[in-house]
Design a protein around this ligand. Structure first.
Ligand SMILES: NC(=O)c1ccc[n+]([C@@H]2O[C@H](COP(=O)([O-])OP(=O)(O)OC[C@H]3O[C@@H](n4cnc5c(N)ncnc54)[C@H](O)[C@@H]3O)[C@@H](O)[C@H]2O)c1
Ligand SMILES: [Zn+2]
Length: 360
């Protein structure tokens, strides 16, 4: 098991990664009661094991339906009133046991319930283990706007046990791996070269290897958020591939692609864009494309309407005054933030990747 440390304005917290990480919950003392926010399917599959290892007496589950729709003010309200009904007070602890949806919702409820109670992240998807559980960003969606309302509030602790990844569907597993590829590009040759070696044969049940993968990819997030908790500048690099990715997700009504799959297409497009803008080292584009493809098959992108995607780019949260702030890879381990990219290049990058004309 490995311990990473996030520095934050509230003092910082540990991120424990590895088999047995849940046992660290035994050390959480002094709470009047402990609640676990989770989803029914996940709790059925893992609840017993989690409860046994966490060893917190009288832990009470609170269930929300699986899926992004639960990240809502309505569900935040329901959870808060259930907490109240079941005896929670200012000294209660909330554990978010689930993927990014449960983590974001749980963090939001904890940071606002009675003006804030402590919470712990126990992430159960790759995305949550390497990304969303760390950094303290919490949120709910309002209508179609993702993460419109939220807080920044650090968890007390993050406990990631990769054993839970064994129950992910192969598709959801791959979807998370695309985000790991993103971390590899941001991090540098150490992680990237290693991913090139292990990704082609990686399986969700390969526990020891996954443990190393989660540790190494989570470290990238820890480093970024430890330096920049409020996303002034540095934290934006984590959005690599997400400008195109979010637009593609929205253009297809969030039905055709899982989030990581849309990000994978976004990574390919933004890498091509960096080439066209003349900022990317020559051989790097090929390697990035090859690693994205090595994760496995992506749902096709033909038929996704170009005008729709391009129109949505300027609605990105990072866009200022209608200008998109692009995060372009320069080489493995370095990105550049710039708005100085021609519309022609953006159109070309989208088209060439969509038509399979670039490193397909
Ligand atoms: N707070 C942040 O910094 C941050 C960063 C990135 C993403 N996010 C948010 O994270 C969310 C996406 O997270 P996600 O990809 O984990 O989605 P998710 O939480 O919806 O989980 C994906 C699916 O996997 C299922 N699942 C979870 N754990 C499982 C397991 N161990 N075995 C089998 N199935 C399992 C869930 O029921 C769900 O159907 C989005 O809402 C996004 O906005 C937040
Ligand atoms: Zn993402």
């Amino acid at each position: 098991m490995r311990k990473l440390r996030v520095k934050s304005s509230s003092g910082g917290y540990d991120v424990l990664v590895g088999r047995g990480a849940w046992r660290a919950l035994r050390r959480t003392k002094g709470y009047s009661s402990t609640f676990v926010l989770t989803e029914p399917g996940l709790w059925n599959r893992w609840g017993k094991k989690f409860s046994r290892e966490a060893g917190v007496p009288g832990m009470k589950p609170l269930l929300v339906p699986a899926g992004e729709a639960s990240k809502s003010l309505m569900w935040a309200g329901k959870i808060a009133s259930q907490l109240l009904d079941r005896g929670a007070d200012r000294r209660s602890l909330l554990i978010a046991f689930g993927g990014g949806v449960v983590g974001d919702l749980g963090g939001f409820v904890a940071s606002t319930f009675m003006r804030g109670i402590d919470y712990v992240q126990a992430p159960t998807t790759i995305l949550a283990q390497v990304d969303s559980s760390m950094g303290g960003k919490t949120a709910v969606n309002i209508r179609a706007m993702k993460n419109l309302v939220g807080t920044i509030c650090a968890p007390k602790l993050v406990v990631s046990d990769p054993c839970v990844l064994a129950s992910m569907t192969p598709r959801a597993f791959r979807s998370g791996l695309y985000e790991v590829v993103k971390h590899g590009i941001l991090s540098g040759p150490g992680l990237f070269n290693w991913l090139e070696r292990i990704v082609p044969g990686l399986r969700a049940k390969d526990a020891p290897l996954l443990e190393t993968l989660v540790v190494r990819a989570a470290q990238v997030k820890v480093d970024v958020v430890s330096r920049d908790e409020r996303e002034a500048e540095l934290r934006q690099v984590l959005n690599l591939g997400h400008t195109f990715g979010h637009a593609i997700e929205e253009a297809t009504g969030y039905r055709r692609f899982l989030h990581g799959e849309a990000v994978a297409w976004g990574l390919l497009m933004v890498t091509r864009l960096a080439e066209l803008a003349g900022v990317l080292e020559l051989a790097a584009g090929k390697r990035i494309a090859r690693l994205v493809r090595a994760v496995g098959p992506l749902p096709g992108i033909t038929g996704v309407r170009e005008e729709r995607v391009l129109g949505l780019l300027t609605r990105d949260k990072k866009a200022v005054g209608g200008k998109v702030l692009w995060i372009l890879p320069e080489r493995i381990g370095k990105v550049r933030l710039t708005s100085d990219v021609s519309r022609d290049a953006v159109v070309r990058a989208f088209r060439e990747v969509q038509r399979g004309e670039w490193n397909a």
